[in-house]
Write a protein that binds this ligand. Structure first.
Ligand SMILES: [Zn+2]
Length: 297
């Protein structure tokens, strides 16, 4: 009996060893990666963990966006170091996509390199009040009419489409390369989650429809899509449909008087159950739309 137990324990340990060996063979995903956007020779995606941002190298300098260094004290410097592997041109601009720290904390290294920090005017208002010690203040604001940055033959359009995810989001478009960088309002191939905390549901539908109507072929999201793939118009259309489906589903529950608890419990989006982030995101989506249709918020 004792012998049997010992041998089965031995067998279990062997299985465990085999399992950990097979895990060890899977190469760990590096925390930081810089990739050139296919079809371009000067547009890059910098990824740090689960966040990413775009930078553009021109003959007159670099336009960088979101430092993505919240909780990563060396993240901003690591980003600058990655840019330095590609070019020694000066970093002229650091453009914030919106005011959330997980995307814009850590800009000190860019400021030290001489960059001008650009953001929507409401982002500056919010950041000035919050005064986060890790987030570099805005130098130049973009009004609701937008702004165009021209540098070394590159054109970068900054457009304000109103409320969506946050009230400070800029849509960044490279018209020549037909690329847009849109953070958090249009996830690529994933179900939205915590981003719903600062989300204006009805306005976001208009925001996304407006972005779809713009001329572009490639969407760089602020969080990596499945397999790190970039997005297409189809992805934006699918995300818009997901929001419309969520809205319609909760509207019925809410008008039956089921918000908050029962409505949130019954809320499902089976069509999207196979998408990454479904289980984690569902409660956040439910809460936001329960607020909209059940409370008018
Ligand atoms: Zn955000």
């Amino acid at each position: 009996m004792l012998r049997n137990s010992v041998s089965s324990l031995g067998a279990a340990l062997l299985v465990l060893a085999a399992v950990s060996a097979s895990y060890a063979q899977v190469p760990a995903r590096p925390a930081i990666a810089t990739t050139k956007v296919p079809g371009t020779d000067n547009v890059y995606v910098f990824r740090n963990g689960g966040h990413q941002s775009m930078f553009v190298v021109t003959s007159e300098g670099v336009i960088a966006t979101d430092p993505i260094a919240y909780g990563r004290p060396t993240g901003g410097k690591a980003y600058v170091d990655e840019i330095r592997k590609v070019t020694d041109k000066p970093i002229r601009y650091l453009v914030y996509s919106h005011h959330h720290y997980d995307h814009i904390a850590g800009g000190r290294a860019f400021k030290d390199a001489g960059a001008t920090v650009v953001a929507h005017r409401k982002a500056k208002e919010r950041l000035d009040v919050l005064a986060d010690p890790h987030t570099v203040p805005v130098d130049e604001v973009v009004g609701d009419e937008g702004r165009v940055i021209r540098l070394g033959g590159t054109i970068l359009e900054l457009s304000y489409k109103g409320l969506g995810h946050s009230d400070t989001s800029l849509v960044m478009r490279l018209p020549q390369e037909r690329i847009v960088f849109v953070v958090d309002t249009i996830p690529v191939g994933t179900v939205p989650g915590r981003g719903m905390i600062d989300f204006h549901p009805l306005e976001a539908e208009k925001f996304i429809a407006d972005v779809i109507a713009m001329d572009w072929a490639t969407l760089i999201p602020g969080h990596p899509g499945p397999g790190d793939r970039l997005g297409t118009k189809k992805d934006a259309e699918d995300q818009l449909q997901l929001l419309r489906d969520a809205s319609a589903e909760m509207k019925v529950l809410a008008r039956d008087g089921k918000c908050w608890d029962q409505g949130e419990k019954e809320f499902k989006l089976e069509k999207y159950a196979g998408w990454p982030g479904y289980a984690a995101g569902l409660p956040f989506i439910a809460r936001r739309y329960c607020g909209l249709w059940g409370r008018g918020t």
